[in-house]
Design a protein. Structure first.
Length: 370
């Protein structure tokens, strides 16, 4: 999945104010005021196929070559994942791996290692899709219209094949994902791992490493994908992280080998049924359905009727609610025995009217109602 650009904004304002007593140049007072550090602003493409909405971010350069890729902006996974067919010579790629010998090779500034792995995506056992590939490194340029940022020697997953839940090979580029959460999509045998490309970006003095995602609204989504500048604020200010920001903050838990999970404990209610022990992830990469897991559900999977009230509460007191309609806020309830997971997925529609923040330095996730 794919699409975006950004503009790079950095401003430092220095105001010098000097006052002096008339005819007495020995009594001069200097007051220097330094403006608050300014986050880098990046844009996203907001796309709507009329069936589902998607967010895309632009990656115009990988290594030394211009590629003009548009990748799915995904808060539910961590790491950049891209199809090798889009950036490598076809002669290097087979259905079972890459053609090279030794521990690594370099092509157009991209280092491809012999470290291999598999990544699984999906809401449940019946929708699980897989990608097969290798650990790679390159300098990556992110952004387009209004400026770019560059991340040097970013570890990412270069895949040679992707398959659907039935094992059928998917189209080229079907799994091009820009995962921005603080978990690791995959850890390799040599101890390397891939995680959010944004976590490798230094936002500058006075800013905390992380990003804030503005409420998207609904007016900019289009079939071709409308570029919306300034959706992402890269680098968090003290105001963003302060108690008056309006964000409800959640401390993330470290899972050895998997980074800091963005799954939050809480509860949820659908109709008259309350699930008192639940785990929730807010995911821009899932649309048009949300998936709620219920250990006591008698049916394998049930689409909630139009007009069903759904409410979510997190362990630190954040509340989010919606009503299902015939076309929006579509929601499945699944038996955990059927899905194979106890993690409920709250879809992209949360992000239409609410804000999201991820602090990579202090491992916190913020949610905010607008």
């Amino acid at each position: 999945m794919k699409k975006t650009n950004y503009y790079f904004f950095a401003l430092l304002l220095l105001i010098f104010f000097a006052s002096c007593k008339k005819d007495n140049h020995d009594n001069i007072t200097n007051n220097t005021v330094v403006a608050t550090p300014t986050p880098t602003k990046l844009g996203l493409y907001e796309s709507d196929s009329s069936i589902y909405k998607l967010l895309f971010i632009a990656v115009p350069k990988i290594g030394t070559q211009t590629v003009n890729q548009y990748m799915l902006f995904d808060t539910g996974s961590g790491g950049m994942v891209i199809d090798a067919h889009e950036i490598l010579p076809a002669s290097m790629i087979t259905s079972t791996g890459f053609n090279f010998t030794g521990d690594s090779t370099v092509v157009d500034g991209i280092t491809i290692t012999s470290q291999t792995s598999t990544i699984s995506y999906g809401a449940d056992n019946s929708t699980t899709e897989k990608v097969y590939g290798n650990l790679a490194y390159a300098t990556i340029t992110i952004g387009d219209h209004n400026g770019t940022i560059s991340v040097k020697r970013l570890p990412f997953f270069l895949y040679y094949k992707g398959t659907d839940s039935q094992g059928k090979t998917e189209d080229v580029g079907s799994f091009d994902i820009f995962g921005v959460d603080s978990e690791y999509d995959v850890t390799f045998n040599n101890g390397a791992y891939i995680t959010s490309p944004l976590s490798y970006f230094d936002p500058g003095t006075g800013l905390t490493k992380g990003f804030k995602l503005a409420a998207l609204g609904t007016t900019n989504f289009s079939l071709e994908g409308t570029y919306v500048p300034g959706v992402i604020s890269l680098g968090l200010t003290s105001s963003d992280l302060g108690t008056s920001s309006g964000f409800t903050m959640h401390a993330l838990t470290s899972d050895p080998g998997y980074g800091y999970s963005v799954v939050i404990p809480g509860t949820y209610t659908y109709g008259s049924k309350t699930v008192s022990k639940a785990y929730e992830v807010f995911d821009t990469g899932t649309e048009p359905y949300s998936y709620f897991e219920d250990q006591t559900a008698t049916n394998k999977i049930t689409l909630l009727p139009t007009g069903t009230a759904v409410s979510v509460s997190t362990s630190t007191g954040f509340n989010y609610s919606f009503n299902t309609t015939a076309t929006d806020y579509l929601t499945y309830v699944e038996s955990t025995n059927y899905s194979g997971s106890d993690v409920s997925i709250i879809s992209l529609e949360y992000f239409l009217n609410n804000e999201y923040l991820l602090d990579y330095a202090d491992h916190k996730l913020g949610l905010k109602n607008n």
